[in-house]
Design a protein around this ligand. Sequence first.
Ligand SMILES: [Zn+2]
Length: 182
Amino acid sequence: MKYLLPCSQCGAQHEVVRTQAGEKLSCSCGAELEIPSFRDFQHLKPASGAAASVAARRPINDLPRRLVLVAGMLLIALGLVVGSYGGLLRTGIYVPERQPSRDPEIDAAIDDLSPTDAFELWTSYRDQGLGPYQVPYRYMAEWTRQFYTRFLQVGLGMLGLGIVLVGVTLCWPTERKTPART
Ligand SMILES: [Zn+2]
């Protein structure tokens, strides 16, 4: 990177680089100029400074970044709503412990029935039937809880994806890369 060193006598601009720090330079007017130390180069005006800063200020197309940002924030909002909906409803569902398929007490009671009692029980079931089929509560509760668990998982997924998208927009360059100033 080149810097401009003005002559203290005639004002002519001389292009200098940092490797020349501390050296002397003769101007065409006859004046002897001392090139500043490496550290003092920061006070000099960069030779391509005007052009470089104009390029730096020209923004690149910002639309993709904004779209990703909006999508990410929408996903975060939706994920929070869907996830908390599923999560809250899920915790409100009571799923009873799984019952043994055969109840030993009922088995014992059946064993204790006299033949006539057993016959009467059988005829009553034959006449009245077992009633309409009912979906067991436990099965319904399990199914519903799984249903809301899906909501929770989908919501968490959307939340995570949204956070990633917003994070991407934070690292997104908003300006053209400026030449490294050394
Ligand atoms: Zn001069």
